[in-house]
Unconditional design. Structure first.
Length: 289
């Protein structure tokens, strides 16, 4: 029997019966079409829930899984886009199943709130673990409105390191795919004790902006039709997102910034990004190096 993890790369979507998971599947359609690979809908039944269950309980669990993947399948089909859809129902803990799938996936997509967490109004624990541990890029989707998307930005959060070039490349591809403006945002912490010194801050901003412009120049040449702009901010990217909540559809960030990921997918980030309907795409280490 063929090992399912040796199959060709696909865009994997975690399905759990929630509306958030269906949104993730719809968002992922363009990702699969652009790569000319399959969109794989994965539903995982936690074995702990069926341990000792009778035949009726097992049947209910399988029926629930079947309904969930059918709903997602139908939603994707309704886009009328040329995407090959694969469906898989597994008996594994959801986080484990998706982490295993990430070893071969081109991209892993999940909803921001799983079915179990929708009542509490917080990000699903599965999404949080995947963002920090998956072996491929991970997209955490906060809603999907294709009609609004072209009017909103893709934002790349970078710092001064060379690793950020991978984030820029990924963000450029996303902006091109979604016909969106790209805003490259450098998050900078002042090295000076007194950031109230306006001259010091202004000089620092000029140096950072000049360095960023040099880095962006080589990338912009490869995407001449894109509208690319840059911003230098002091402090948290969440502040930038909050101020521009209605204008951002996707935030692309690097995997190597563990504290940043925690802020993005934890409670502070969830409150900000959910209100803004801003999705997050975390690049994996292989992408940003």
């Amino acid at each position: 029997m063929q090992d399912r993890y040796s199959s060709p790369p696909s865009v994997v979507v975690g399905i759990d019966g929630s509306r958030s998971a269906v949104d993730a599947a719809l968002w992922a359609v363009d990702e699969a079409v652009s790569r000319d690979i399959a969109l794989r809908l994965v539903y995982a039944i936690n074995p702990d829930r069926i341990a000792g269950a009778d035949a009726h309980d097992m049947a209910r669990q399988l029926a629930r899984a079947d309904v969930a993947v059918r709903d997602a399948f139908t939603a994707v089909e309704s886009t009328c886009k040329p995407v090959k859809i694969e469906v898989e129902i597994l008996q594994e803990p959801p986080t484990k199943a998706l982490l295993q799938a990430s070893r071969e996936a081109a991209l892993l997509c999940v909803g921001s709130i799983g079915l179990e967490h929708s009542a509490q109004g917080r990000i699903g624990s599965t999404a949080a673990v995947l963002a920090s541990s998956a072996r491929c890029p991970v997209a955490i989707i906060h809603g999907h409105d294709p009609f609004l998307a072209e009017q909103q930005w893709v934002v790349a959060e970078i710092d001064g390191s060379a690793a950020s070039d991978g984030v820029i490349r990924f963000a450029l591809e996303e902006a091109q795919l979604r016909r969106a403006q790209l805003r490259v945002v450098v998050t900078s912490q002042s090295r000076f004790a007194d950031i109230r010194d306006n001259h010091t801050v202004a000089d620092g901003n000029r140096l950072t902006t000049a360095h960023l412009d040099r880095r962006l120049a080589q990338w912009i040449k490869r995407y001449p039709d894109l509208d690319v702009r840059r911003d230098v901010i002091h402090g948290s990217i969440l502040n930038f997102v909050t101020k521009n909540a209605d204008s951002i559809q996707l935030l692309v960030a690097g995997h190597e910034r563990a504290e940043g990921i925690t802020a993005l997918v934890g409670p502070p980030g969830y409150a900000t990004l959910h209100n803004a309907s801003c999705s997050v795409l975390i690049c994996e280490p292989q992408t940003v190096l």
